[in-house]
Design a protein around this ligand. Sequence first.
Ligand code: GDP
Ligand code: IMO
Ligand code: MG
Length: 424
Amino acid sequence: MHIDVILGLQWGDEGKGKIVDYLAPQYQIVARFQGGPNAGHTLLFGGKKYVLHTVPSGIFQEGLINVVGNGVVLDPVVFQKELSFLESCAVEYRTRLLLARKAHLIMPTHRWLDAANEAQKGKEKIGSTLKGIGPTYMDKTGRNGIRLGDIVMTGFESYYKQLKAKHLSLLRIYPEVPFDIEQEESVWFESLEKLRKLQFIDCEYYINEAVSEGQKVLAEGAQGSMLDVDFGTYPFVTSSNTVTAGVCTGLGVAPARIGKVIGITKAYCTRVGGGPFPTELEDATGEELRKQGHEFGSTTGRPRRCGWIDLPQLRYTIMLNGVTSLCMTKIDVLDHFETLQAATAYRYEGRETTQLPFDLCKTDVQPVYTTFEGWQQSLADCTTYEALPHNAKQYISSLENVLEVPFDMISTGPEREKLLLKAQ
Ligand code: GDP
Ligand code: IMO
Ligand code: MG
């Protein structure tokens, strides 16, 4: 009677969507617990690509319930577009998509504030997706936010007006950014109409009752652990708890309810937006990783920064999340490299250590690398873990030795079926 968790161990875009979609048939419920439309989760099956931002990645599995938890921040406009997309794909979602009443709403002025705040930071900007995430979570913790359940309560319009007025006065202290408030607002209110037709739930009761009845629940993380507001590369982070602890607050479940925690990492590392990235490669090798891995953001289309896998960083996020099983994605991207590198320690302040410093932004960290022989062949025809080339298995097992958690799944391509399971 446990909730399993899938989350990203790096800076996001590890391939969470693909793995959730693959494992979803083993569950009855898939639930998003944090983040908002800053996420872009890509699924590929039947020769077609699907990108989801707020809707959980279990939506394409018939009969499966998908929950948007209370820890999520929801933009009705983006959400409505996702629903129209599902309709165009003939996916019946009305009976299978449930929304937590306590999820907070992203207002047009939240997005405006996000843009103004970034403009004020200038060169120091976070590189936010500008979806209004930070300002919405600020209103939630500042006790001013509007929740989904409020939209069917009396007084909603006046809450909205009050909060909007507050945002408008706040905006006066920021640099001006272009924004058509009337137009944005009218689309927002139209989108609310579509939301009102969906099923709202008290997420905490719903999930706990489902688990007690023996239903299997999979919690789907967004972003990555290094973007966690407490433990990530602050202030270059998002505004939610992306780690396992976020499942408890984002769905309303007790820590003892957490079962397996599946941590996802790419076979290398990427980051989009600003902030420290110790193993970043700003050379031809980094460019090659970006090219082979098609490393451009699913939400904003920005080129992702690329570098080698970072084991001290992964050991840190494995610890934070209580990871019980690892999944390595995009190993195929390394197919043509003659040699590969993995950071096994850091050098800073005159010593070598495997611990992250208090502030990665302010500490000059030099990664210490171990080199591995590449396999220099395509993995396209490998249909079992055993069939992987010797050097690929060597790379995986060397990483496992350092990380002390097994790689139970290896993803060799973006398609749903390109997943190798290691015999248990
Ligand atoms: P998410 O945000 O963690 O769900 O990841 P994204 O969807 O933003 O980014 C992952 C990208 O890698 C997507 O374009 C996926 O289609 C793709 N992808 C996932 N797994 C693999 C893999 O094993 N190999 C390759 N080449 N691409 C993959
Ligand atoms: P998925 O779920 C990668 C990054 C942004 C920026 C920082 C803050 O697809 O893995 P925000 O919009 O939250 O204010 O941005 O976090 N970021 C992501 N990077 N994948 C994501 O989500 C991300 N969501 C936010 O680029 O650096
Ligand atoms: Mg993504």
